[in-house]
Design a protein around this ligand. Sequence first.
Ligand code: NAD
Length: 514
Amino acid sequence: MTTPSSVQSRLPANPADTGTGTTAEQRPEATVKRMLIGGRWVESRTGAWREVISPAHRGRVLGQVPEAGPDDVDRAVAAARAAWPAWRDQHFTARQRQLLKIADLVEQRADELARITAADTGNALRTQARPEVATLVDLFRYFGGVAGEVKGYTLPAGPAQLQYTRQEPLGVVGGILPWNSPLMIAGFKVPAALAAGNTVVLKAAEDAPLSILLLAEICQDVLPPGVLNVVTGAGATVGQALVNHDGVDKVSFTGSTEVGRRIAQQAASRLAHVSLELGGKSPSIVFPGEVTDALIDGLLLSSRVTRQGQSCTAGTRLFVHRDVHDEVVARLVTRMSALTVGDPLDEATDIGAIINETQFRTVGDYLDEGLSDPRLTLELGGLPPDTGPLAEGYFHLPTLFSGADNSFRLAREEIFGPVLVAIPWDDVDDVIRMANDSAYGLAAYVWCDDIHRAVDTAHRLEAGWVQVNQGGGQVVGQSYGGYKQSGIGREVSLEGMIAGFTQTKQINIQLADR
Ligand code: NAD
């Protein structure tokens, strides 16, 4: 393997035309997927199409989806509004039955969904895509199960008054998805919004719409027309149209902090409800103690390296106590070296591909910066190979730098690549200060045998989600969301569903005057 000076200089010319605007007839019918609007599979009004490109094979076209525009958003919102009263007015057990039925159908087609999501996201089938589908099933079951918990309160206001609240749905929810784990994020939004009595227009990410369209197909067999609509296309057009549409009562966005900030401003200008799940740069704090295999496995899991680091909760700022720093780094290098990078659909693969060329280049820029900084030591990884199978896709290697401090750009910015930075620490107050010295506040991880110190640290961290001695993904029922610039609002839980997808109506009634 040669080590070129820059990742930018070595991208082969893209062998395929990956532009938009081709007609469906130019591609085999099997690769063409339409959008779901009002229970029908439709093309965009303009007739434009967008190609979906494989992250693992540069230029390989996986399929075509409609390049929707504002007109398509209009008809999707109209369909969702038309479907809303009947959906809202059902007894909760009717909505519950439908969500539970969808969970069963998703489970039956789990492998198909996992393969499609592995193909268009580049996430490895075994380590990421299958677990993500399992979480999606859990989310439909969970929100179906709690559909009856959308309850109000009665005030003890004396015998002549009946004073109570109702939790009523908001109306039409516009859900905007990122590409990094589209099925799981759809699972954070769709079943919760539907269980509470809303209807939904979902906008799939440009790069990874195929599994979302299959999910729509499964839902369509169960739900009345218009209850769930899915549109595809560019954020700047179709996403914008959804955010600015007067018929959308709530915008539920997951994506980058930069786009989220703009969406918050636009939604605020028309006083629409909005929730934001945004970026992160999560700290992982290792206290002194025995360096066990469980610790190393946990650090690896929490770093989301097997998701190419393309996770908002990736614990990639490794604060390791100086007493164990060298041992932890050495053991991590050994463990990470054993990971297989390769075709996401190969069962042997641990780490799949980066989503697209832009992200591949962005991660490459960070690597270039790390490699050219004499203060940093490259412990493992570095620039990707420029020949062989990995050069055929957007693959980066698991990479670990040491020698950083918390001021380095690699330690402050969300890289969204499999790049970890180890920073030694000596003093607990100091490491908590460093961990909190970030614009983000999504997740954090604490590794400590002393449960009292661990819990104290967890309480002092400015993050919406802290895990102690474990590093897995979100589990159904937990309150999930960010502090600071990582977001506003909570998902995944009953309380998040009530706060995020309902509004409170107070009703006061004069009864008999005694
Ligand atoms: P992105 O912000 O570029 O895009 C997200 C979605 O927004 C896409 O569907 C895109 O088309 C749409 N969009 C883009 N511009 C828009 C606009 N002006 N108006 C309306 N919609 C627009 O993010 P991404 O690159 O797809 O995803 C990666 C980012 O998402 C990372 O920052 C990651 O941390 C974050 N993320 C956060 C969470 C979380 O739960 N907090 C989960 C997953 C990803």
